[in-house]
Design a protein around this ligand. Sequence first.
Ligand code: HEC
Length: 140
Amino acid sequence: MKRLLTVLVSLLVCTPEAESATTVPDGKAVFERNCSVCHSVNPPPKSAPPIVPIASAYHRQFASKAAGVSHMAAFMKTPSKASSKVDPEAITRFGLMPPMALSDAELKAVAAWVWDQYNPNMGKGAESGAGAGQGGSNCQ
Ligand code: HEC
């Protein structure tokens, strides 16, 4: 009986741990640690364009989340004017973003989080609603 209990307990203890070993990085936490020095989420901007209008620009130019996220992750590794999807004025105003020394998994997670900050109420227009957006979807 005691033996059976030990087996049961070890099963209960081990199962969740095995699962958590494969968890993906939390995109929002990556953002707060590595990006929020330069990027605010909503206007006004810090030293870079705010995330919500960036998300709008990506939603406007990519049909699927997978395509948008993969382009964004590649951009953050090696930013270039040619591959930028935001208004070229942003680069004139803020300069080009420096490359991020993050793992591919972290880049993907934070890019997916940025993609999800798109606020449909603000529309996909380049400038429309700047300064208004509050409360984008924070789920995920
Ligand atoms: C040192 C300041 C700085 C940091 C840190 C920074 N960025 Fe940027 N980022 C910029 C600037 C400036 C731009 C605007 C010019 C450009 O697009 O390169 C920008 C542009 C972007 C864009 C638009 C890319 C495009 O298509 O032009 C995305 C997406 C982005 N940042 C995400 C992030 C994420 C996510 C992080 C954290 C992992 C991050 N940034 C960290 C300064 C920064």
